[in-house]
Design a protein around this ligand. Structure first.
Ligand code: NAP
Length: 292
């Protein structure tokens, strides 16, 4: 069975940088590329990997490449360069959140040069990326998935093959709908609690330990009720993901009410310069309903 020993990383952003560090700790990382070269240089200085200036050069040094870039077109731009520069039998693992259609297009373009592809979007935020505890939802061939285990287990704890290419991204879309619902519910409930004049720390304690308890209530609740919305997960990124969900639902002739409402709220937050805040800033809009 082919194993991959020389891994390249593309996209050293909020998620990618700590993911690359974990791949280095696992002894897998050979080289890194970032569009803004200074970030690759910073990583090279920290761990001693190679910082390359273009993707063609990265491909020369690697038998597998992990990517974590922003959106659909970014993934396809990177994949096009990998497709013509990686050797046959190499592997590309994409951890960005994009559409199922983009995942399938990426796989087809790479397959023309006999390069394998897995769509492996992640959940768990920057905290999970740093701690190597991400949930990873994968799409692709079973044998390729098995060969990629050392790479994936350096990044995450719960790693599940969901089906063929695209199934990972479809699962991530499921995740993003649920995240929207939880953020809507908790922000609205806490704004209501404030209007009722309740002691908010006690609300979070008692409600959070019953049937309405959630990670979002216990981790984001305390900052939310203090009127602070530290990152976390940016409104602008969740908006991008919900637009992917919106297009997937539209392809089935469906509009999802929760997704449509959350996109309206996010548009308002983006227009009022809150797009870089954590999604718990939905609480701003809920408080306003009570005239606060
Ligand atoms: P980020 O901090 O904005 O980083 C994006 C990275 O992609 C940067 O390194 C950027 O390079 C690079 N990039 C963007 N377009 C590119 C292109 N066309 N060619 C080459 N490189 C390109 O974003 P992030 O938070 O790390 O998120 C990355 C992906 O993970 C997104 O798809 C996001 O939805 C997903 N995700 C994020 C979270 C989270 O909590 N942040 C959680 C789960 C999943 P520059 O440095 O030059 O800009």
């Amino acid at each position: 069975m082919t194993t991959y020993s020389k891994l390249g990383f593309i996209g050293l952003g909020a998620m990618g940088y700590p993911m690359a560090l974990n791949l280095h700790k696992a002894g897998l990382l050979a080289a890194a590329y970032n569009r803004t070269h200074s970030k690759a240089e910073a990583l090279a200085k920290e761990i001693g990997c190679l910082a390359v200036k273009d993707i063609a050069e990265l491909a020369k040094h690697c038998d597998a490449v992990a990517t974590c870039v922003s959106a659909d077109q970014d993934v396809l731009d990177v994949v096009d360069q990998l497709a013509t520069n990686l050797k046959p039998d190499a592997l590309v693992v994409d951890c960005s959140t994009v559409s199922t259609a983009t995942a399938r297009t990426a796989a087809q373009r790479l397959a023309k040069n006999k390069i394998d592809f897995l769509d492996c979007p992640v959940s768990g935020g920057t905290e999970g990326a740093k701690q190597g505890t991400l949930a990873i939802m994968c799409g692709g061939d079973e044998k390729v998935f098995a060969r990629a285990q050392p790479i994936l287990s350096a990044l995450g704890q719960r790693i599940v093959l969901m089906g063929p290419v695209g199934a990972g991204q479809a699962t991530k879309a499921v995740n993003q709908i649920a995240v929207a619902g939880i953020a809507q519910a908790v922000s609205e409930a806490l704004a209501f609690a404030e209007a009722e004049g309740l002691p908010l720390d006690k609300v979070i304690e008692v409600v959070g330990s019953g049937a309405a308890g959630s990670w979002f209530m216990s981790h984001r609740g305390p900052s939310m009720v203090a009127g602070r919305y530290p990152l976390g997960f940016k409104v602008a990124l969740h908006e991008k993901d919900l637009k992917i969900v919106q297009r997937m639902a539209a392809a089935r002739g469906v509009q999802l009410p929760l997704v449509e409402m959350t996109l309206l709220h996010y548009r308002h937050l983006l227009e009022t310069s809150h797009g870089e805040e954590d999604i718990s800033s939905l609480h701003r809009l809920k408080r306003r309903l009570f005239g606060r």
